[in-house]
Design a protein around this ligand. Structure first.
Ligand code: ACO
Length: 311
């Protein structure tokens, strides 16, 4: 049986920092409200960089980190809701810019759950024996679809990218289980409007759904991996709101220091949030070989997904 895992990680957070105090200048809001209700202190804005520019940098970093030659990448999956065009996709654009010769490339849209969908797809592609090394990118430039006059959504979002190279790993390591799901009937609670594509949200409904689903899916993948929650060394939840993240952590019975928290620095970066956090923890030496990790996300659709893996 082929064991499939992450061979290398990379990420990119734009330089421009936009703080809660900056929002106080343009909206009827406060640092205190944003911090207490969401855990966000600041976020990054990509400004004149577009989605594929961020994706490219994260992808280059992941390929370098993996130690494999880029010529050995044979499939590209990009999770995003904010590509420059419907087509060519972000995946098509970076396939060209990375110089990957004629390999298949596709964007997958599952909103904030997109990276988990990408990782699960990559695992199945490699396990099938048809492809060997898959580049999976989660990237979003949410500032393109943020209504900066709507205080109930504008303060939540940021821009960023994260990427993984997925391929065969040694026995005992890699992806042990995953769960994907969707509930289209909840789509009305979180969507892009028809006029400008701006994010519209019923915060209360999304909050309730997320608290329930993140906890449930985290426990499900842990058990499906043959582990118990005490065996989990790090929970990497979608960074939407610290209160939602803490609810999932508590459902798992994990202490605060076993959860990745980057929502304070980057806000909600949608498909980028999980790989950005995973890369952050790796580069800060908070994850070591053999650690059991749960990645879990939820998003528009409504969609959700979780992965349990051994690093
Ligand atoms: N500053 C100050 N006050 C605000 C702000 C703000 N930025 N935004 C809303 N308020 C006010 C509201 O107007 C309301 O005032 P009122 O009581 O006078 O009417 C009050 O705060 C409470 O508003 P609610 O929306 O009811 O507050 P809630 O407790 O639901 O918290 C929040 C809002 C933080 C958005 C929460 O609902 C949440 O986190 N929901 C989930 C959001 C999420 O994770 N979305 C994922 C998006 S993923 C994607 O697709 C990119």
């Amino acid at each position: 049986m082929t064991n499939v895992g992450i061979l290398g990680m990379g990420s990119y957070a734009p330089e421009k920092v936009f703080t809660n105090f900056d929002f106080e200048k343009i909206l009827d809001t406060s640092d205190e409200w944003i911090r207490e209700m969401t855990g966000i202190e600041e976020r990054r804005f990509a400004e004149d960089m577009d989605t594929s520019d961020m994706a490219l940098i994260a992808a280059e970093r992941a390929i370098e980190d993996s130690g494999i030659s880029k010529d050995d990448i044979d499939f590209v999956v990009v999770a995003t809701s904010t590509g420059e065009h419907k087509f060519p996709t972000v995946a098509n654009t970076i396939q060209d810019k990375l110089g990957l010769k004629n390999v298949p490339s596709v964007d997958q849209l599952a909103a904030c759950s997109g990276f988990i969908y990408g990782l699960a797809s990559a695992e199945m592609f490699v396990k099938s024996g048809r492809y060997k090394n898959i580049l999976v990118v989660g990237v979003d430039k949410l500032t393109k679809i943020t209504d900066f006059e709507d205080r109930s959504t504008a303060v939540l979002f940021g821009d960023g990218a994260g990427a993984a190279v997925v391929g065969e790993v040694d026995e005992g390591f890699g992806i042990k289980s995953f769960e994907l799901g969707s509930k289209g009937s909840g789509g009305k609670y979180l969507y892009g409007d028809k006029e400008k594509g701006y994010i519209r949200m019923n915060g209360r409904e999304v909050f309730k759904f997320a608290v329930r689903q993140m906890g449930e899916s985290s426990v499900n993948v842990t058990e499906a991996a043959g582990l118990s929650t005490e065996d989990i060394d790090m929970l990497i939840p979608h960074q939407a709101n610290i209160r939602i993240m803490n609810a999932a952590r508590e459902r798992m019975g994990l202490p605060y220091d076993k959860m990745s928290v980057t929502v304070d620095k980057y806000g909600n970066t949608s498909a980028a949030s999980i790989p950005l956090s995973l890369d952050y923890e790796i580069k800060n030496n908070r994850i070591k070989a053999g650690d059991n990790i749960v990645l879990v996300g939820f998003g528009g659709g409504l969609t959700w997904g979780a992965v349990c893996l051994t690093w």
